[in-house]
Ligand binder design. Structure first.
Ligand code: NAD
Length: 254
């Protein structure tokens, strides 16, 4: 593991990659603050591991985020790794989705990332050390039908994290923006509108994503594409967007 710090702050710690990251870090002796709205999921994450402390928290509430960060730091010590993994992914064609839901996706996936950044990063920059990891997605590079609201939120996370990393380079904090293809976690169960594209891409294992984060942090690489398929898809979209859309129309039959 590329991490030598003592305290990690993980949102989305009640499930999927946030849970796995919390357990891995705790096993490595790190004190973990696991954050989630899903308190039952948090209990399962912590199990009887005393190194994982949990806080039920909605990341869209900036005041609550600040107060949990303060509490976590006073109980565990200064945070030296942040993993922003909390997100939702209800799918649907944009005109079928309630505007409240479209905005909620942005509030959690992007707004939550912003809130946690503002509450944690200043301290890390002041101390001049730590790892700052934001979960975007390949959806933050390649927009597809049924994922419009999610895509917009992840495009926002990519832009935010890229600028953040450049504005704060050479200040001792390492940044990573994680852009996986589909990963086998409960998040995929939220794709209830049945996007056909998901049937064509077998999900990768969450372990592969977490390993890629470590290796990218070690190499000082900002954008984490955990496999060659994700990288190739992004390149195809960049240089041949028409072909990418042709394929999406063909698959979704729209
Ligand atoms: N699973 C995938 O296919 C995939 C692919 C690319 C990127 N990602 C990204 O990776 C990250 C981790 O996803 P995952 O697959 O582990 O998902 P997951 O659904 O297993 O976990 C996400 C967690 O976020 C929590 N959460 C949702 N709203 C919240 C809120 N308002 N406040 C606090 N917590 C909240 C959920 O309760 C859940 O426990 C996400 O940012 C996701 O967008 C996932």
């Amino acid at each position: 593991m590329a991490f030598t710090g003592k305290v990690a702050f993980i949102t989305g710690g009640g499930s999927g990659m946030g849970r796995l990251a919390a357990r891995r870090l705790a096993e490595a002796g790190v004190s973990v603050a696991a954050i989630d709205v899903n308190e039952e999921g948090l209990r399962e994450t912590a199990g009887d591991d005393g190194r994982i402390r949990t806080w039920g928290l909605d990341v869209t509430d900036p005041r609550a985020v600040e107060s949990v960060v303060r509490e976590a730091e006073s109980e565990l010590g200064p945070i030296d790794r942040v993993l922003n993994a909390a997100a939702i992914m209800p799918t649907g064609l944009l005109m079928d989705q309630d505007p409240g839901l479209v905005n909620r996706i942005m509030d959690i996936n992007y707004g939550g990332t912003v809130n946690v950044t503002m509450a944690t990063l200043p301290g890390m920059l002041e101390r001049g050390r730590g790892d700052f990891v934001n979960f975007a997605s390949i959806a933050g590079w390649v927009p597809t039908m049924h994922f419009g609201a999610y895509d917009a939120s992840k495009f926002a996370v990519v832009a935010f994290t890229e600028v953040l990393a450049h504005e704060n380079r050479n200040r001792g904090v390492r940044f990573a923006c994680v852009c996986p293809p589909p990963v086998a976690t409960p998040l995929l169960d939220q794709a209830k509108s049945n996007p056909k594209i998901l049937e064509l891409i077998p999900p990768i294992k969450p372990e592969k994503v977490l390993d890629a984060i470590e290796s990218h942090l070690e190499k000082g690489k900002l954008m984490v594409f955990p496999d060659a398929g994700a990288r190739a898809t992004v390149l195809l979209r960049r240089f041949l967007p028409g072909l990418t859309w042709w394929n999406v129309h063909r698959v979704e039959k729209i």
